[in-house]
Design a protein around this ligand. Structure first.
Ligand code: NAI
Length: 250
C-alpha cells in the first residue's frame, strides 16, 4: 500500500461513487484529504469516514467548471491543510444522446465539467505544487474513461471530454515534469456505480460480453490504481493512461 503520510490530497466529485472511494483510499494510506463536490454538505459522509481513519478531512463545496470557485477551493485547502501534493480530477457527468440530436447545452455542460474542470484544477494546483517544500513536486491523477479511447455511440460529448482529458494528461506531464509534478490518468472500464446502474439490462449484458474478467469493476479497483499513482512507487511514471477495465480494451 502506498505511504502517503504527511501528504495533502484534493479529490473532486468525492461525495459519492468512485470519488468517495478514492478519497477514503488515499486517507487510508495516510493522506489528509479535501473532499470536494458541488455542495459541502454532500461531502459530510465521506469526511466523517476519513476522520475515522485518523487523518484530517475538509469538505468543500465547489463547482469544478467555475474558475473563481476552483481557485478559492485550492486557496482554502492550502490555508487549512497547509499544502497540496495530490490532485485527483474525478468529478464527471454524462448527458447522453445521439450526436445529430445533441443540444449545444448538453455538449457544453459535459465538456465544462469533465474537461474544463480538469484543466482549471490542474492550473490552480500547479504553482502550489512547484512551491512545495522541502522538494517541489506533486501527483495529478485524472479520471478518464475507456470510452475516451474507443468512442461510444450516444456519448459524443462524454467521449470527446474524456479523450480531451487523456491529451491534457500527456501535455501536463510534459509541461510540469521538470518541476517533479507527475500527471497520469486512470481510464476505468465499466464500474458498478450510479452512472452504470441506470443502464438497461441488455446494454449491461452486451458490455459484459466484451469484458474478459466477466465482471464490472468496483470503485475500489479504481481507487487502488489512483493510490499507486499518487505514491512513490510510481515515482518514474508520468504521462500514462492506466486502463482499469477488466481487459475490455487492450
Ligand atoms: P457519480 O455520478 O456517482 O459521481 C460523480 C460526482 O461528481 C458526484 O458526487 C457529483 O455531485 C460530482 N460532480 C458533478 N458535477 C460536478 C461539478 N460541476 N463540480 C463538482 N462536483 C461535481 O459518478 P462516478 O461513477 O463515481 O464517476 C466518477 C468519475 O469516473 C467520472 O469522471 C466518470 O466519468 C468516471 N468514470 C465512471 C465510470 C463508471 O462506470 N461509473 C466509467 C469510466 C469513467
Amino acid at each position: 500500500m502506498a505511504n502517503l503520510k504527511g501528504k495533502v490530497a484534493i479529490v473532486t466529485g468525492a461525495a459519492r461513487g468512485i470519488g468517495a472511494e478514492i478519497a477514503k483510499k488515499l486517507a487510508s494510506c495516510g493522506a489528509d484529504v479535501a473532499v470536494c463536490d458541488l455542495k459541502a454538505e454532500w461531502c459530510e459522509e465521506t469526511v466523517k469516514a476519513i476522520e475515522g481513519l485518523g487523518v484530517r478531512a475538509l469538505g468543500i463545496g465547489v463547482n469544478v467548471a467555475v474558475t473563481a470557485e476552483v481557485d478559492a477551493c485550492v486557496k482554502e485547502v492550502i490555508e487549512k491543510l497547509g499544502r497540496v501534493d495530490i490532485m485527483v480530477n474525478n468529478a464527471g457527468i454524462t448527458k447522453d444522446g445521439l450526436l445529430m440530436r445533441m443540444s449545444d447545452e448538453d455538449w457544453d455542460a459535459v465538456l465544462n465539467v469533465n474537461l474544463k474542470g480538469t484543466f482549471l484544477f490542474t492550473r490552480a494546483v500547479a504553482r502550489p505544487m512547484m512551491k512545495n517544500k522541502p522538494e517541489p513536486g506533486g501527483a495529478i491523477i485524472n479520471i478518464a474513461s475507456v470510452v475516451g479511447i474507443m468512442g461510444n455511440a450516444g456519448q459524443a460529448n462524454y467521449t470527446a471530454s474524456k479523450g480531451g482529458v487523456i491529451a491534457l494528461t500527456k501535455t501536463t506531464a510534459k509541461e510540469l515534469g521538470s518541476r517533479n509534478i507527475r500527471c497520469n490518468a486512470v481510464a476505468p472500464g465499466f464500474i458498478q456505480s450510479k452512472m452504470t446502474d441506470v443502464l438497461p439490462e441488455e446494454v449491461k449484458k452486451s458490455y459484459m460480453d466484451m469484458i474478459p474478467l466477466k465482471r464490472f469493476g468496483t470503485a475500489e479497483d479504481i481507487a487502488k490504481a489512483v493510490a499507486w499513482l499518487a505514491g512513490d512507487d510510481a515515482a518514474y511514471v508520468t504521462g500514462q493512461i492506466i486502463s482499469v477495465n477488466g481487459g475490455m480494451l487492450g
